[in-house]
Design a protein. Sequence first.
Length: 191
Amino acid sequence: MDHTPAIGAVPATPQALRLIVLDTGDRRWKRLTEQANAAYRQGDIPLVRAAYDDALTEAEKLFETAMSLPASFPAPVIYNISCHNLAELCDKAGEKEQAGAFYRQAYDRLLLAAQSSATPLGMRVSCVQHLKLALAVLIQHLQSDPNSDPIIADVIDRARITAYSVFRIAEHARQADADCPYPGPARHFFQ
């Protein structure tokens, strides 16, 4: 097989290659999640767990790749779904501690990415939007422990402070883009 590029072919940029990785990974993640869901309907719990574990691994790769792109990609929702699928599976099996670990994993990942100035602004906003769902199920899970009130207050405060900060930065970036007399976005100054 000839691997010589076609005459006039433009070499792929790193961003174009990341987009290809995202598209391939997204399709793989969907296939694994659908496989797990089908196995669940059949009652094959070991296959469900294996497919959901593989889907979470793929979601982690997608999240890391999306962190380097200025464009929006649904990595936060994919990651959130993957963690929650595993958490719900553990909950149904009576593995409450493991379920809590997956709920917390989703919350922590989204929170840390949203807080990081190294994360592209669009990704930070998306992480905050999906942090709301991660927070809701984490709180619901934590409420089963009568001593969890301080933990619940802490996760709510951290999410609220992060959301406020990210939305203020996004608003400043939007305003800077609108006010800037030069072509191109001024957004990079606010990340």
